[in-house]
Design a protein around this ligand. Structure first.
Ligand SMILES: *Cc1c(COP(=O)(O)O)cnc(C)c1O
Length: 223
């Protein structure tokens, strides 16, 4: 069964993305909606798929493994982003399942991904996650280490780094974090900016987001 409300919520968020892009003088098609389906009931995800949406984000490999292979049989053009932290012992499963890895944040992970890409011939585009708030509990490379780490990823490991990703601290205004990420991407010649969630995706679009990761605004509150 599919949840028919999903189509309406999806259209509402897509409309807000378009309006925010236009207000910022940007082409609405330059902003992609990564619909974050973690912990959402199957019916809501099916509703979004039936409504034509194909780009999704999940934060756990194991949860995604339980759900997406079956959806992919029905909708072969699904694109799946990993947006949660990746342990090296899950790299093999992640490379099999996902199309983009958004959370590259340490040399050991970069090395493990590079090895798996080489082994399988399936080299996925990657974002480097930046811990813009320098929070101890959060994943992401420290801002001070970013440029060196990017060089290591690209030159040392040959990763196809397409952009930067961040999750600002919940208690901060997000704008300065988005501005930092945009400047870091520009300085390093990267086009992709994955930033903005349900509460702040319009702000992120104003600061140049190319991918907004929106969960509850698309699917409703998580169970
Ligand atoms: C859950 C999650 C989101 C979506 O959060 P919402 O507030 O529901 O939009 C975005 N990014 C990451 C990394 C997440 O884990």
């Amino acid at each position: 069964m599919e949840d028919r409300n999903a189509a309406e919520r999806l259209a509402a968020v897509t409309g807000r993305i378009g309006a925010a892009a236009e207000a910022a003088g940007r082409d609405p098609s330059s902003v992609r909606l990564v619909a974050v389906s973690k912990l959402q009931p199957e019916a809501r995800v099916a509703g979004a798929l039936e409504a034509g949406h194909r780009l999704f984000g999940e934060n756990r490999v194991q949860e995604a493994e339980g759900r997406w292979p079956a959806f992919r049989e029905r909708f072969p053009d699904i694109r799946l982003h990993l947006i949660g932290g990746l342990q090296t012992n899950k790299v093999r499963a992640a490379v099999r399942l996902f199309d983009v890895i958004e959370t590259v944040d340490r040399p050991r992970l970069a090395a493990a991904l590079a090895r798996e890409f080489e082994r399988t011939g399936r080299a996925l585009p990657c974002f480097v996650q930046v811990n813009t708030g320098d929070e101890a509990q959060k994943g992401g490379v420290a801002p001070s280490a970013l440029d060196g780490f990017l060089d290591e990823c690209r030159t040392g490991y040959g990763l196809d780094v397409v952009g930067l990703m961040c999750i600002p601290p919940a208690e901060d205004l997000p704008g300065p974090h988005f501005a930092f990420l945009r400047e870091a991407a520009r300085r390093n010649g990267l086009g992709g900016l994955s930033m903005g969630m349900s509460a702040d995706f319009e702000t992120a679009i104003r600061f140049g987001a190319t991918h907004v990761r929106v969960g509850s605004a698309v699917f409703g509150a998580r169970g």
